[in-house]
Design a protein around this ligand. Structure first.
Ligand code: PGA
Length: 253
């Protein structure tokens, strides 16, 4: 099945009202130029309104980088899925490795956040990935399947068509090291097979790769049959690089 490629920028904790303007204008142009590619940017909470204004009415999606597991209430500092949808978000990242490792997010908490996003209009971008130690111990498959299964078993898998899965090997994030296209493809194929086994519409679900994707390696990664685009950190902060990666997604699909 032909899946539309998905390319999302993850700005992490970078940006300012002034510097965001050029990046948002470029992302808007990327979304228009790259017909057939779904482009989105995931910006820090304080800039969601600015980004929503800049991207309004365009095809470029807007994502947050995290969401509360709770619907509303006395949860100081938390942001609900309803608030994100209200601000115009289309997507939200759930379970990024930095949330898992630096903020102690467990598989179970990630699953609850995913369910919360699904209950609103947001499309969750669920991140899974192994650490270097886990890879070297031959545990890559076991780790990513455990992380995925924790989420699958708390949701109705048949509702997954709009979810995006991101395979992000932790050792490749922000390090300049990338999984080889073949290694990434093998993990993506395994994840897709598992989704099918669990009753999810596996052929329709975009599985994107993240971890030091740059203009120079995007084409090779995206030409793999089960790699449907990318979640882009560092390179999404350089407008020309992000544009080149969006172009690569269009060229290879
Ligand atoms: P990177 O980050 O592209 O800078 O490696 C990817 C991510 O963390 O989503």
């Amino acid at each position: 099945m032909a899946r539309r490629p998905f390319v999302a920028g993850n700005w992490k904790m970078h940006g300012s009202s002034a510097s965001n303007q050029a990046l948002l204008a470029a992302a808007l142009a990327d979304g228009k130029r790259c017909a057939g590619v779904d482009v989105a940017v995931c910006v820090p909470f304080p800039y969601l309104a600015q980004a929503a204004g800049a991207l309004q009415g365009s095809g470029t999606g807007l994502g947050a980088q995290d969401v509360s597991e709770h619907a509303s209430g006395a949860y100081t500092g938390e942001v609900s899925s309803a608030m994100l949808a209200d601000l115009g978000c289309t997507h939200v990242i759930v379970g990024h490795s930095e949330r898992r490792s630096l903020h102690g997010e467990s598989d179970a908490l990630v699953a609850r956040k995913f369910v919360r996003a699904m209950a609103s209009t947001l499309k969750p971008i669920l991140c899974v990935g192994e650490t270097l130690a886990e890879r070297e111990a031959g545990q890559t498959e076991a780790v990513v399947l455990r992380q995925l299964q924790a989420v699958v078993q708390t949701t109705s898998p048949e509702r997954w068509a709009h979810a995006v899965l991101a395979y992000e090997p932790v050792w490749a994030i922000g390090t300049g090291r990338t999984a080889s296209a073949q290694d990434a493809q093998a993990v993506h194929a395994r994840l897709r097979a598992a989704l099918a086994t669990w009753g999810a519409p596996a052929d329709a679900i975009r599985i994107v790769y993240g971890g030091s994707v740059k203009p120079g390696n995007a084409g090779e990664l995206f030409s793999m049959p089960d790699i449907d685009g990318g979640l882009i950190g560092g390179a999404s902060l350089v407008a020309d690089d992000f544009s080149a990666i969006c172009d690569a997604a269009q060229r290879t699909h």
